[in-house]
Design a binder for this molecule. Structure first.
Ligand SMILES: C[S@@+](CC[C@H](N)C(=O)[O-])C[C@H]1O[C@@H](n2cnc3c(N)ncnc32)[C@H](O)[C@@H]1O
Length: 275
C-alpha cells in the first residue's frame, strides 16, 4: 500500500459509520443504487457482477434482489462487514463473496461480466492506471459501470451556501468549502483536486474510458435530491441536458469494445494479469 492508499483506507475506515448512517432505505444513495441496478438488469440480466467499492452493500442488495450473482470488494473491512450483513439471506456465503481490496491484487481469481465502481473514482489517485486494473477484472465484451462527482453542481453550490450562511459555523468549514469547490465532496482531504479533478465533466470521463477500449452505451445523472432523481432514468432531452450539466453524480455504462458480443458467462481467465 502506498502512503496515499493508506490515507484513503483510513479515511474510509473513519467515514464508514457516517456513510452507512446516511445510506438508509429512503436516502439518495439507496435511490441511486436502485436505479443503477434497474439499468444493469436491462443491459445484462442475471450476470455475474462485481460491486467494487461496495460500501455497506446498497447496490449489492439491489442487484441480488434482481437475481444477479453478486460479489463485492472494498478497501474498508467495516464496510465489508456491513455489506455481508446486508446481503445475508439474499446471497449464499457472503463471507466468501465480499472481500478486502489489497493494493493492485485482484480480489477474485476470475473476471466478471459486469464490474461496477460507484462512488470510487473521486478517491482514486491515478485514473489511467486504475483503468488498467479495472480492465483486468472485466470479461471481454463486459460491462463497466462507473461514476464521478461533478464539482460545479447545484448540490455542491447549495452545500457551500448553506455552510456560509450557518451561524456559528462548524469547525473546519473553510476546508469543507474548499473541498466542495474543488472536488464536489465534503471529504476533500483524501479527494482533492489533484485526483478528484482528473475528470470533471462527462466528456473527459467518457474519453478516459474510450482511451481504454470502452464505449458508452448508457448513462444516468443525479442531482443528489431524491425528489428530482426519481426521474433520472426517464428524463426528456432538456431534463437530461440540465442534469448532465448541473447534476452532482454522473454514472456511465461502458461496454468493452474488443468483441461485438459478450462471451459465455463466468469465463475463467488465464492468471497472467495477476501479480
Ligand atoms: C462513496 S462510497 C460508495 C459505496 C457504494 N458503492 C455505494 O454506492 O453506496 C465509496 C466506497 O468505496 C470504497 N473505496 C474507496 N477507494 C477504493 C478502492 N480503491 N478500492 C475499493 N474500494 C474503495 C470506500 O471504502 C467506500 O466504501
Amino acid at each position: 500500500m502506498t502512503p496515499s492508499d493508506a490515507a484513503i483506507h483510513s479515511f474510509w475506515t473513519e467515514a464508514s459509520e457516517r456513510y452507512l448512517a446516511a445510506s438508509g432505505p429512503e436516502s439518495f444513495y439507496a435511490l441511486r443504487a436502485r436505479l443503477v441496478a434497474e439499468k444493469i438488469a436491462a443491459l445484462r440480466p442475471g450476470a455475474k457482477v462485481l460491486d467494487l467499492g461496495c460500501g455497506g452493500g446498497l447496490l449489492s442488495v439491489a442487484l441480488a434482489r434482481r437475481g444477479f450473482d453478486v460479489y463485492g470488494a472494498d478497501i474498508s473491512s467495516e464496510m465489508l462487514a456491513a455489506a455481508r450483513d446486508a446481503t445475508r439471506g439474499l446471497l449464499d456465503e457472503p463471507n466468501y463473496r465480499f472481500r478486502l481490496v489489497q493494493g493492485a491484487i485482484a480480489p477474485f481469481p476470475w473476471r466478471f461480466e459486469v464490474v461496477i465502481v460507484l462512488g470510487v473514482f473521486p478517491y482514486v489517485r491515478d485514473h489511467e492506471s486504475y483503468m488498467r486494473y479495472l480492465a483486468g477484472l472485466v470479461e471481454p465484451g463486459g460491462l463497466l459501470v462507473a461514476s464521478f462527482t461533478r464539482r460545479a453542481s447545484l448540490f455542491a453550490w447549495k452545500e457551500v451556501v448553506s455552510l456560509l450562511s450557518r451561524h456559528p459555523k462548524p469547525s473546519g468549514w473553510r476546508q469543507t468549502i474548499h473541498n466542495l469547490m474543488t472536488s464536489g465532496l465534503w471529504s476533500g482531504g483524501v479527494a482533492d483536486r489533484a485526483h478528484a479533478g482528473q475528470v470533471c465533466n462527462t466528456r473527459s470521463f467518457a474519453r478516459l474510458f474510450a482511451r481504454n477500449g470502452y464505449r458508452r452505451v448508457d448513462h444516468l445523472d443525479f442531482y443528489h435530491w431524491p425528489r428530482w432523481d426519481e426521474a433520472a432514468a426517464n428524463r426528456g432531452f432538456l431534463g437530461q441536458a440540465a442534469a448532465r450539466l448541473l447534476g452532482w453524480c454522473h454514472v456511465g455504462f461502458y461496454v468493452e469494445k474488443s468483441v461485438s458480443q459478450a462471451p459465455e458467462r463466468s469465463t475463467r481467465v488465464a492468471t497472467s494479469w495477476m501479480p
